[in-house]
Ligand binder design. Sequence first.
Ligand SMILES: [Ca+2]
Ligand SMILES: [Ca+2]
Length: 446
Amino acid sequence: MSDIEADPDDTQSFIRLFLYANQIDIEGLVATTSIHMKNAIHPDSIRRIIDAYGKVQPNLALHEPGYPAAARLASLVRDGQPGYGMALVGSGRYTAGSRLIVEALERNDPRPLWVSVWGGANTLAQALHSLKESRSPEEVERLLARLRVYTISDQDDSGAWIRKTFPNLFYIVSPGGYGAGTWTGIHARIDGADNDVISNDWLHDHIQQGHGPLGAVYPDVAYGMEGDTPAYLSLIPNGLSNPERPDWGGWGGRYELYTPSRQMTDPSGFTGGVPIEAETRAIWTNATDNVTPLIHNDVGRAMVPGDRSYKDFRATLWRWRADFQNDFAARMDWSTKAYKDANHPPVVKLASPARMTVRGGQRFVLSAAGSTDPDGDNLSYYWFHYPEVGGWSSAITSGISPNIHTVDFTAPKVEAPKDAHFILAVTDKGSPPLTRYARVIVTIEP
Ligand SMILES: [Ca+2]
Ligand SMILES: [Ca+2]
């Protein structure tokens, strides 16, 4: 759901989304309003981007299978509620967009259905209102069990209504002002983040110019690059994220489940200090990571943690910025280049189990020996403990170089069983360098 044309950045987000249309099964593209554009919707603008995608779809298909035909995407474009907020939600106020959401929910399909909300949410509110009118409470509960919602803050008054009326809904949001949005980690110029890869110069060189018809329609940044993209970024299957677990973290940031009765693990990071307003239900919302960016050490290109750390809720997203921007650039290359002239991501293969149980004090080995790259590129490895995830929050470091595929760690002594999450980033030396991940969950027992 997009308030496309309220800001050029929705167009940017669609262009990136379509480059992943072989990995995310798109079921609908709905034009909506928002606080920034209360009385207009622009489905034709979505169709124009699909036209550009259609010109490059055959070339994309040279690189990975599964890219849908442009006609298929065009058939999914719908008008949402034509006006602002809850005033446009009620009996008989259904639209093609709200019906599409209802139909997708009613389809007999066990997969989670994600509604990625880039503007106001009132078309989703209308879909839920229609369901509530036509179905028993038990049926509504059953259908909503596979609905997942990520909204880019609240851009109309319907988000609060949805959360109050359907308190069990899986809902990711940073309430409060835009300054509180984890999603701002994609484009905010932040000390510690890679700010080069979000500059207009970088976009010019890697996306917009000399990259064919799809890159040519990527607009310049007006207010901020792709503020809506975080609403789907963690759905890209890269080995890092598990969309069912926003608290595990991923390209789209990390979120913890807030309930009115539960204190956040770090209240200072919660909504960036903006108090949550009368939330009466559980939401997935801001979490804090302490990030130490990697730097080149004095042994060639090896990457090691630098000496500065940054603790912030936006860091849960910006920490991956170079990785997801390089991935975007490679896919834009795919839109015009032959396979041999473009880069493709490495394939991570674990040689140790993805889940293991060890005792406190025990040494254990994590290995990705056997990882490969489809282009034959040389690979760099970086294993690290993600201390904010799982029950063990003190950093566990390896005694040996992080730049090899097989490392060992020693489990800390614990009083009760604790999970520790270890992340492996494998980066190739192609151009642009591409990264894929593995996550190993180690249960540490007393
Ligand atoms: Ca938007
Ligand atoms: Ca490669």
